[in-house]
Design a protein around this ligand. Structure first.
Ligand code: KIV
Length: 255
C-alpha cells in the first residue's frame, strides 16, 4: 500500500504500525502484513542502550533502514529523522533523500517544523508528523497536553501539519480526549502511542510489546509476549545440555 493510500483507512479500519530495526524482524512484520514499519530512533534505547534518542545519528538510522528494507518486501517503511538531521531545511532535505535511497518510503519528523515539512513534501518525499511527547527535545518523558495551554499548542501543531499535507501523524503520550479532538479535526490518519483508543491506528516499539525488557513499564504499554523469559529459558537449556554433553547429539552432528 502506498503511504498516501493510508488516508483511505481513516474512519474505516485501524492502522497497525510497529517498529523494526533489522532484517529478520522486518521480514516477520512483512509476513504478518501490518500496514507500516517505522524504523524509529527508539533504536537509541532498545538497540544501542542509550537513555534516550538524543545520541542517534543519521548514519545509525540509515544502517538500520537498509537492513529493514531487505526484509520488508511489501510493507511501506517510514524512516525516523533523528535529532541533528534536520537542523536546517537543507540538511533535512539532503538527509530525507538519503532515507529514501536507503529504502524508506517516507520520513517522520518530530514537532511542528513547517518549513522543513513543506520543503520535503514539495520534493515529493512523504512526511509523517509527530506531536505530543517529542522524545528528541523533551527534558523528561511525561504525558503532554494535560493543561489547556499545552493541549492547545499540540492541537494547533497537529492542524498545521495536516494543512501542510502529512500522510499521517503520530500522537505520543497525551490524554485520550485530546487525541480524539485531533483525530476528529484532521484529514491525516493519527497513529497513537499512549494516546488512547480514538486514534486511527496504534504503534508500539516492537521490543517493548514483545517484552524484551521487563523493567520498562509505562502505563500505555501492553506486553503481547514475554520474550525475555523465553530467551532466558532457551539459554539455560543450552547451557545445561552443553555442560552435560547432551548437545550436540547424533542428529546435530556431521558424519
Ligand atoms: O522512535 C520511535 O520508535 C517512535 C515511535 C515511538 C512512534 O517515534
Amino acid at each position: 500500500m502506498k503511504l498516501n493510500a493510508l488516508r483511505m483507512k481513516k474512519g474505516k479500519a485501524k492502522i497497525i504500525m510497529l517498529t523494526a530495526y533489522d532484517y529478520q524482524m522486518a521480514k516477520i512484520l512483512d509476513e504478518a502484513r501490518i500496514d507500516l514499519i517505522l524504523v524509529g530512533d527508539s533504536l537509541g534505547m532498545v538497540i544501542q542502550g542509550y537513555k534516550n534518542t538524543k545520541s542517534v545519528t543519521v548514519e545509525d538510522m540509515l544502517y538500520h533502514t537498509r537492513a529493514v528494507a531487505r526484509g520488508a518486501e511489501n510493507t511501506p517503511i517510514v524512516g525516523d529523522m533523528p535529532i541533528k538531521s534536520d537542523r536546517t531545511v537543507e540538511d533535512a532535505l539532503r538527509n530525507a533523500k538519503r532515507f529514501i535511497e536507503a529504502g524508506a518510503h517516507g520520513v517522520k519528523i518530530e514537532g511542528n517544523r513547517s518549513k522543513i515539512v513543506k520543503t520535503l513534501l514539495k520534493a515529493g518525499i512523504p512526511v509523517m508528523g509527530h506531536v505530543g511527547l517529542l522524545p528528541q527535545t523533551a527534558e523528561s518523558y511525561r504525558v503532554k497536553g494535560k493543561q489547556p495551554p499545552e493541549a492547545q499548542k499540540i492541537f494547533h501543531d497537529a492542524l498545521k501539519l495536516d494543512e501542510l499535507g502529512v500522510f499521517s501523524m503520530v500522537l505520543e503520550c497525551m490524554p485520550e480526549t485530546l487525541a480524539k479532538r485531533i483525530t476528529e479535526a484532521v484529514m491525516a490518519p493519527t497513529i497513537g502511542i499512549g494516546a488512547g483508543k480514538y486514534c486511527d491506528g496504534q504503534v508500539l516499539v516492537i521490543n517493548d510489546m514483545l517484552g524484551f525488557d521487563e523493567s520498562f513499564a509505562p502505563k500505555y504499554l501492553k506486553r503481547y509476549a514475554s520474550l525475555n523469559k523465553i530467551i532466558k529459558e532457551a539459554i539455560a537449556k543450552f547451557q545445561e545440555e552443553v555442560s552435560s554433553s547432551v548437545y550436540p547429539d547424533k542428529e546435530h552432528t556431521y558424519h
